[in-house]
Structures are given as structure tokens and as C-alpha cells.
Design a protein. Structure first.
Ligand code: C2E
Ligand code: MG
Ligand code: MG
Ligand code: MG
Length: 291
């Protein structure tokens, strides 16, 4: 039965045949408790320019469960979307990320923009804009220091509303990035007409950018497209110096990946931000933070 379950399909049955609650049910309840008991954390992964200087930080949620250990956001974010918990979760992430970013700026460190991942449910809510603005007001973070990561699918729904929302964010000074670009229903039309600042080339293309002519072609076209439209191109999941060099040759200007740094807890950021640039890590050690 488990085999039949596709990657993105949710388990339909709440209990397995022997009556034991399935992992999804258990996780959903555990997530509610973790939220109540504030057991979720934000880690941050640096984004760097061609010289390895930090230009921004992506906030990535982490959950360590006493019994299950580190649960991957790829597993629990979809569950939280199903139950609607993502709304509270998303608010917490936004608040925490802005608050943390403000703390860094206040201590004289320059973290660049802090990027927050959005779920479609959050983005399409009526109170989304006011909630973002409220968080900026309450944390005193400059709007220019916040970046929102959306995915291609989110731009397709109600085009007029999406345009209005993005327009309002842009007017406020908040920047937007398209995450996992190339993986979804890429349309040149929205890129041309919407106020988007940055394209994050999906890790899947980056991983193959040395081996497969087709993946190189995709990276090259996305980077060229970004240049032509005046958008920033960032390569996600850069793991080796060779990948980085190849992408740089294609004109890519910003990079994010284990080569420069894994996602780290807040307390480790000061150390990273004090360095003039992040040197590529030759070894990519596997550790439990990589969930
Ligand atoms: P994403 O936004 O595309 O985030 C990038 C993912 O790639 C992160 O996985 C990061 O740890 C991983 N990564 C970074 N560099 C490398 C690398 O060099 N190699 C490899 N193999 N992986 C790398 P993570 O943290 O497990 O997050 C998975 C996804 O969960 C995210 O993908 C995002 O879609 C979602 N997510 C994470 N945090 C949040 C959140 O606060 N809110 C929402 N709505 N979604 C989140
Ligand atoms: Mg992201
Ligand atoms: Mg991504
Ligand atoms: Mg991704």
C-alpha cells in the first residue's frame, strides 16, 4: 500500500488496517502540540554572490520531534496545508523571520534580505497583505529586507488578484522570488507582466547542470531570460565548485547550497555574517540538520 502512495498524494485512510493511527495522523497531532509548545525552529541558509558574500538568508522551518527525530518540512508542510494549520504556522514563520532579521541588523550584521517561503493558502488569503504589513510594522524590519518566495502554481489562480497582491507588495518595497523555477507551469507571460524580482532555478536542474545537455540548456535559458527581463537569477542546491563555476559561466549571479553553507540555527548566523565571504566547503558532510 505504501508503494502505491505517490510522492505528493496524501493518505486517504486515517488508520491502518490494524487500527493503529497512520503516521500522518500522528504527525498532524504532534504538529499541533509542537506549535503550542513552541518546539518549531527556524534555520537560515545563506545566499551568496559570485564572490561568496552573503546577499540574503532563506528561512527554513525545522521540527525536532522527541520520538520521530527531525521531521522534514517536505513531509509536514503538506500536512499542515491539508489541515489549515499552515495559516498559524506561516504567521509564526513570518514573524520570527522578520524579528530575527531585525535583530541581526540591530547588531550591525548585514544579513541582506530574509526570504520566507509561502504556501498557496497563505498567499491567497484576504488578509495576507495586511498580515505582512502588520508584521513589518511590529518588528520594525524595513520592507526592503523581506523577500517572499512563491511558486509558479500560485501565480496561475486568480490572475487579477495575484497581480494586485504582487503590485501592493512591490509598492510596499517587499521583493518576491519564484521558488523552484522550471519545475511547475512556467509561463513567460506572468514573468513579463508581474512585478517579480528574482528567479530561483530549481535544484533539480542545478544538480544535473554538468552532466546533462538538456539541464544545461534549461539553466542557460532561465539565466538568459532573467537577464533580459532584469531579474536576479539564483541557483538553488549548489553542491560542488564545478556546478558553481558552470552556472557562473552561464551568467548566474547568486547561489545557495551546501557548497557555501547548510541551513544553520540563528545562533550560528553571526559567525557566518562576520566573515567577509563564505568559502566553498570542499566536503559536504551529511548531518541531521539536512532534513
Ligand atoms: P525550498 O524552499 O525549495 O528550500 C530549499 C530546500 O533545499 C531546503 O530543504 C534546503 O535545506 C535544501 N537545500 C539547500 N541547499 C541544498 C543543497 O545543496 N543540496 C540539497 N540536496 N538540498 C539543499 P528543506 O529545508 O528540507 O525544505 C524543503 C521545502 O519545504 C522547501 O523547499 C519549502 O518548499 C518547504 N518549506 C521549508 N520551510 C518552510 C516554511 O517556513 N514555510 C513553507 N510554506 N514552506 C517551507
Ligand atoms: Mg524556498
Ligand atoms: Mg526552492
Ligand atoms: Mg524546493
Amino acid at each position: 500500500q505504501a508503494k502505491q502512495r505517490g510522492r505528493n498524494q496524501y493518505q486517504l485512510f486515517t488508520r491502518t488496517l490494524d487500527g493503529v493511527p497512520g503516521r500522518h495522523v500522528t504527525l498532524r497531532n504532534a504538529l499541533r502540540i509542537a506549535m503550542e509548545q513552541q518546539r518549531l525552529q527556524l534555520f537560515y541558509q545563506p545566499q551568496v554572490d559570485g564572490e561568496g558574500r552573503i546577499t540574503g538568508l532563506e528561512a527554513l522551518i525545522r521540527w525536532s520531534h522527541p520520538e520521530f527525530g527531525w521531521v522534514s518540512p517536505s513531509e509536514f508542510i503538506p500536512l499542515a496545508e491539508e489541515t489549515g494549520q499552515i495559516i498559524d504556522l506561516g504567521r509564526w514563520v513570518m514573524r520570527r523571520a522578520c524579528y530575527d532579521a531585525k535583530r541581526l541588523w540591530r547588531s550591525g550584521l548585514k544579513p541582506g534580505r530574509v526570504a520566507v517561503n509561502l504556501s498557496p493558502l497563505e498567499f491567497h488569503r484576504m488578509d495576507f497583505l495586511s498580515s505582512v504589513c502588520q508584521t513589518l510594522d511590529q518588528t520594525h524590519l524595513h520592507a526592503e529586507c523581506l523577500e517572499l518566495e512563491i511558486t509558479e502554481g500560485m501565480l496561475l489562480d486568480d490572475q487579477e488578484r495575484v497581480a494586485r497582491t504582487l503590485g501592493a507588495l512591490a509598492a510596499r518595497g517587499v521583493t518576491t522570488a519564484i521558488d523552484d523555477f522550471g519545475k511547475g507551469y512556467s509561463s513567460f507571460d506572468y514573468l513579463k507582466s508581474l512585478p517579480i524580482d528574482k528567479i530561483k532555478i530549481d535544484r533539480g536542474f542545478v544538480a544535473q547542470c554538468l552532466d546533462s545537455e538538456r539541464d544545461i540548456a534549461v539553466c542557460r535559458s532561465v539565466i538568459t531570460l532573467a537577464q533580459e527581463l532584469g531579474l536576479e537569477a539564483l541557483a538553488e542546491g549548489v553542491e560542488t565548485p564545478h556546478q558553481c563555476a558552470a552556472l557562473k559561466d552561464l551568467g548566474c549571479t547568486t547561489f545557495q547550497g551546501y557548497l557555501f553553507s547548510r541551513p544553520v540555527p540563528f545562533r550560528e548566523l553571526a559567525g557566518l555574517l562576520r566573515r567577509p565571504h563564505l568559502a566553498p566547503q570542499q566536503e559536504v558532510p551529511m548531518d541531521r540538520q539536512d532534513l
